[in-house]
Design a protein around this ligand. Structure first.
Ligand code: UDP
Ligand code: MG
Length: 327
């Protein structure tokens, strides 16, 4: 059985089209499937469209979150509710074509446990494309393990991988594509063309994209935290050497390049001292930050999302209580 996990935030214009496209694409699968829509606090007609679709089709299940928690928490809610042997995550706006699921499934049958979509030819504005490209490259460069370039959330995951994500990774900040890379297993990429959204407007604003990027960079690397220490050494060591130079020319009263200590006003010594001390403070701040960052993340034990209700006319029962325990 295949579970499709689809986060939805104000996607009313595109939902009928999406259901149509999934319906026709599913003929190629020959497998049973369920669709888990996560309504992430939509304020338009999305929820009512989904509820009536679910009333007509017992394979469609709705998880309504209590407010807008964001794309990543919505995906997390979805994969925690999914009961399939494989779980496919895709966006509601048809940027991830449902027809590609057939190819994901082929790879899974070949034995891959994670098949992630690698985007080529994004139909997006140049600044957005450039920003994405730079972000993925920095992330790839500074993360402690291999996060594949240009791979978003569109992917297929085997039950084993989903269980690992749900049970073994209790962290609160869910950067799903990073966690997916972290858990390992047999992974492969599949190149696909990420189209423009079929209708409606993107929910991601510049601010939420920036937050996603920061979650990715800070959640999967200690490099930013160490930056303060590196910077400290960078400033402190040259300052120390310059200070040493001033001391030497004063003690030995030598002239270097015609420059005598007696001619050096006290200002220079002051400036050197200031930079040296600032450098030291940054080093120490960096060390404290290293610990603080780890403690901060562990201590805030808030759930990534809260479920309002699970709606389904099929036989499956709500798993939310069970999931709450797991998280
Ligand atoms: N989405 C969500 N919650 C949000 C923002 C987005 O569930 O707070 C969903 C949205 O409905 C879509 C997917 O996440 O299915 C991707 O969002 P969007 O198309 O706005 O992002 P982009 O394609 O620009 O990355
Ligand atoms: Mg989109």
């Amino acid at each position: 059985m295949i579970s499709l996990v689809i986060p939805v935030h104000n996607e009313a214009p595109v939902l009928p089209l999406l259901l149509d496209r999934i319906g026709s694409a599913s003929r190629a699968w020959n497998d049973e499937y369920e669709i888990i829509f996560i309504d992430d606090g939509s304020t338009d007609a999305s929820l009512s469209i989904l509820l009536s679709a679910s009333d007509r089709d017992p394979r469609i299940h709705i998880v309504k979150l209590s407010r807008n928690f964001g794309h990543q928490p919505a995906i997390t809610a979805g994969i925690q509710q999914a009961s399939g042997d494989v779980v496919v995550i895709l966006d509601a706006d048809l940027q991830d074509p449902p027809e590609e699921i057939t190819r994901l499934l082929e790879k899974w049958r070949e034995g891959y446990q994670v098949v992630y979509g690698v985007r080529t030819g994004r139909e997006e504005s140049l600044p957005k494309r450039t920003a994405y490209s730079i972000f993925y490259r920095i992330l790839h460069w500074i993360s402690d393990f291999d996060i594949p370039l240009d791979s978003g959330d569109f992917c297929l995951m085997d039950r084993k991988v989903v269980d690992a994500l749900n049970v073994l990774l209790p962290e609160r900040v869910r950067f799903v594509r990073g966690l997916r890379a972290y858990v390992g297993f047999k992974q492969t990429g599949l190149i696909y063309k990420r189209g423009a959204r079929a209708a409606g407007t993107p929910s991601y604003t510049f601010k939420s994209l920036l937050k996603l990027a920061i979650d990715g960079l800070f959640g999967f690397s200690m490099v930013p935290l160490r930056l303060a220490s590196y910077l400290g050494f960078f400033i402190a060591i040259p300052s120390f050497l310059v200070g040493l130079y001033f001391i030497i020319i004063r003690i030995f009263n030598v002239s270097v390049f015609g420059h005598r200590a007696a001619e050096t006003p006290g200002l220079a010594a002051l400036a050197v001292g200031l930079f040296f001390l600032s450098g030291l403070i940054l080093i120490i701040l960096g060390i404290i930050g290293e610990y603080l960052g780890r403690i901060y993340i562990e201590v805030k034990r808030r759930p990534p999302y809260v479920v309002d209700f699970v709606h389904s006319t099929g036989t499956r029962k709500a798993q939310s209580a069970l999931q709450m325990e797991r998280v």
